[in-house]
Design a protein around this ligand. Structure first.
Ligand SMILES: *Cc1c(COP(=O)(O)O)cnc(C)c1O
Length: 342
């Protein structure tokens, strides 16, 4: 198979349509079989549920070319399960989890020429999503839905080297207690756009959100979970019902404990103790881990000992191990690597 003629190493994170996407429709109480299509556009009523009341959720995962030339995805069963949780919370019909994985396989196989070659640093980003498509004007769930998966090649996250991020502690809240913070709903991102643009206007890369009830505990950023390392080498991630359960973060915690033999704890993290950590990183599919160098808050700033030019040693080890597993250089825990038959 010939790869597309793309300057993989210089790709950014943008939408570059590929030939094929998967579409399934839910009508009369059931999903159709779905199919691959070349049509990248969607025609819908002006009154579609998604347009009026934001009834939509999504997922994000990647396909990689391994060192030995296979195309693989990473733990897609967890994306399927998480999307089913999102759908239930938004009163949307679950797209069956086995069908979700089959659809990912089909889209990636059909777009195999777009899976960037091993060593390029680029990957194929896969975006499953679902939305209410029939007219809804009284506030209630739609009765018809569309499930789609498209994919788009994305460039290496750390182009020109790693640059630790500077965060600010946001005055805004990301997710209410018992709200929708733990599902991947589009609405969680709509409301985060103003806070993140404010952060950018003030010279920061991202927001750290605290728990809205007490504003004393660390939650997450707009799109990534926190991972901290204590001075004695324990990996710590915040526990809260309103944090989105990042697959990357959950995998890194297992890598820390089971592969690297470190201590790993998920527990409430007080903002007050952040200054005592040795390293801080943000976890998500896009970057795996982005190091945080500095956190600015009203009345002070926290500068992590790992500094502003590199990843701290523990975060670097976690990053190298997980990316090694994803790229097939290191042995993966059972069930983590899902090969695509092209
Ligand atoms: C998607 C997402 C993450 C990262 O999850 P991964 O499964 O690791 O990609 C973290 N926080 C939020 C709010 C997210 O939407």
């Amino acid at each position: 198979m010939e790869k597309k003629n793309v300057d993989w190493a210089n790709l950014g994170f943008g939408y570059m349509p590929t030939e094929w996407r998967f579409v399934a429709n839910y009508r009369d109480g059931k999903w159709d079989d779905g199919e691959l299509t070349q049509d990248a556009t969607i025609t819908m009523s002006e009154c579609a549920g998604v347009l009026q009341y934001a009834q939509t959720c999504f997922e994000g995962l990647k396909a990689y070319t391994t060192e030995d030339g296979r195309i693989v995805t990473f733990r897609p069963d967890l994306n399927a399960a998480r999307m089913s949780d999102s759908c239930k919370r938004l009163e949307m019909p679950v797209f069956p989890e086995d069908k979700f994985i089959e659809a990912v396989e089909k889209v990636v196989a059909a777009n195999a020429e777009w899976v960037p070659p091993y060593g390029s640093g680029a990957t194929l980003y896969i975006r499953p999503f679902m939305f209410g498509i029939n007219p809804v004007i009284g506030v209630k769930p739609a009765t018809e839905y569309q499930f789609r998966i498209f994919c788009t090649p994305v460039g290496p996250y750390f182009k020109g080297g790693v640059k630790p991020l500077t965060l600010t502690v946001s005055d805004f809240d990301r997710a209410a207690p018992h709200g929708t913070g733990n599902i991947k709903a589009g609405l969680n991102y709509a409301m985060s756009l103003h806070p993140v643009m404010e952060a950018h206007r003030n010279g920061f890369d991202e927001n750290m959100y605290l728990d809205p009830a007490t504003r004393t505990k660390v939650e997450e950023t707009g799109g990534a979970n926190f991972l901290f390392v204590t001075k004695d080498g324990t990996v710590v991630t915040p526990q809260s019902d309103s944090i989105l359960p990042s697959i990357t973060r959950r995998s890194l915690m297992i890598v820390a404990e089971k592969v690297l033999g470190m201590k790993a704890e998920q527990r409430e993290v007080l903002f007050e103790e952040v200054k005592d950590f040795a390293e801080c990183g943000l976890c998500g599919t896009a970057a795996v881990i982005s190091p945080v160098g500095k956190i600015v808050y009203k009345g002070g700033e926290i500068c992590f000992p790992s500094g502003m030019t590199q990843m701290g040693p523990t975060i670097q080890k976690l990053y190298d191990t997980l990316t090694g597993i994803q790229m097939g250089r290191l042995e993966a825990p059972e069930g983590w690597i899902h090969e695509i038959n092209v």
